[in-house]
Design a protein around this ligand. Structure first.
Ligand SMILES: Cc1ncc(COP(=O)(O)O)c(C=O)c1O
Length: 419
């Protein structure tokens, strides 16, 4: 029987979703032989998997499975895990952080759904507040999260040429004054998905100054950054200051399947997140909280981040950039955003005769998946389409798959290029 009951606005929002929901489907349904340069999954790194095996074996040896599988944790989270995460963040930020400032979440995506809706939409005083994205493009995963349509406002960065085929988006704080919307929060991912940009400390301070002037929190997303997995190729460090709410994830170090992350914020924010967690999930998942405890307590978070994961992606980045330079030379005109972190390259093409949205099905058909740039721009009503000259390429896959995918992109796109 066809489902013909009416959905509420809330249901319709998900039913009509075409952004990340559709993309995750596309990324999940792959035929063999396809070069998958589109996903956000981290690599399966043997040295990392060894650590998970060791931790799981320890659970077996100590009989921890009964508690992990057989009982609900409180929505506040496992006490020892909160304590160890607070102590880790205290030492990494050089500020004193208590366990009351840590909320365990079922991944950062879940944390952002709550936070973005806490700090945007209709407020009790009758105002309607928006989410400010200080630099576009920004993470696709935020864009469909607000319950109210038209919840974003943004500013564009300056494009700085950094090399023969390189550029960087630099924060343009002078444009902040033109933001007339009522704001509820500012949001930035660092490293940024999709560009691999790592905002400099001075850039964070400028956003924070602006956020304080508007009396709004600054939400910083560290999914690829500090303290782990530490996929940052520049000299930047973790930074925390009053007025910031930060989110962290266990996914990109190699545990996307356990759906666990945590948030650092004021105790009031943390209490509210915990109450929302109780309503939505009853409690956070136990497995992630137990693994987190062992992972941080053993110091493996540091060894893996510094000695294994970062060097691993540095090599992959080299494979991807050198393949692009080799395969596309003389065929395509392009610029690569400076790769300062994460495992993506953001590539802008010059002079393509078709939009990337039109080329995406052709690329898919010919066996290479990328993410079209338009998904990273929440610009709805300006009449201008952004990101139609750009793609995000993941370099988390096998070297041969990265090389083959890049070769195919060069071959296909060059037929739409006047050079
Ligand atoms: C910038 C960014 N933030 C958050 C997430 C969500 O991560 P999690 O697996 O912790 O929900 C992702 C996932 O790709 C991401 O790229």
């Amino acid at each position: 029987m066809d489902q013909d009951f009416l959905f509420s606005k809330f249901g319709a929002k998900f039913r009509n979703q075409t952004g990340i929901g559709q993309l995750m489907e596309d990324l999940g349904n792959l035929s063999p032989g396809v070069s998958m340069l589109g996903g956000g999954s981290p690599s399966l790194i043997p040295e990392v998997e060894e650590v998970w095996k060791k931790i799981l074996n320890k659970f077996t040896a100590t009989g921890a499975w009964d508690s992990i599988l057989g009982k609900y944790e409180t929505p506040t989270g496992k006490e020892e895990t909160l304590e160890i995460l607070a102590s880790l963040l205290s030492s990494e930020t050089g500020t004193s952080i208590s366990k009351e400032q840590i909320a365990i979440t079922n991944g950062s995506q879940n944390a952002f759904y709550l936070l973005l809706n806490f700090y945007s939409g209709k407020f009790e005083d009758g105002s309607f507040k928006k989410i400010f994205l200080p630099v576009l493009p920004e993470y696709i995963g935020y864009l469909d999260q607000p319950l109210n349509p038209d919840s974003f406002t943004y500013s564009f960065a300056k494009e700085i040429v950094t090399g023969e085929d390189g550029f960087r988006y630099e924060l343009d704080s002078s444009s902040f004054d033109t933001i007339k919307d009522d704001l509820g929060c500012a949001v930035l991912s660092r490293p940024t998905n999709p560009t691999g940009r790592v905002a400099k400390k001075e850039e964070l301070e400028l956003i924070l100054k602006f956020a304080r002037s508007r009396k709004i929190p600054f939400l910083l997303d560290n999914a690829y950054g500090f303290p782990f997995p530490g996929i940052v190729y520049s000299d930047e460090r973790l930074f925390h200051s009053e007025g910031m709410i930060q989110s962290f994830s266990f996914s990109k170090i190699g545990l996307p399947g356990i759906r666990t992350g945590f948030v650092l914020g004021d105790p009031e924010v943390v209490k509210t997140l915990n109450k929302a967690n109780a309503v939505l999930n009853l409690a956070g998942g136990n497995l992630g909280q137990y693994i987190a405890l062992e992972f941080v307590r053993s110091g493996e978070w540091f060894r893996l981040s510094r000695d294994i994961v970062k060097p691993y992606y540095l090599k992959k980045r080299e494979v991807a950039i050198s393949s692009i330079r080799r395969e596309w030379k003389g065929k395509l005109k392009y610029r690569i955003h400076d790769s300062e972190g994460a495992f993506f390259l953001w590539v802008q093409f010059i002079g393509l005769r078709k939009n990337i949205s039109e080329l995406y099905p052709i690329l898919k058909e010919k066996g290479v998946i990328i993410v079209p740039g338009k998904y990273f721009y929440p610009v709805t009503n300006s009449g201008v389409s952004y990101g139609e000259d750009s793609i995000r390429i993941s370099f988390a896959r096998e070297d041969s798959e990265i090389q083959e995918g890049i070769r195919k992109i060069g071959e296909i796109l060059s037929t739409y290029c006047p050079y």
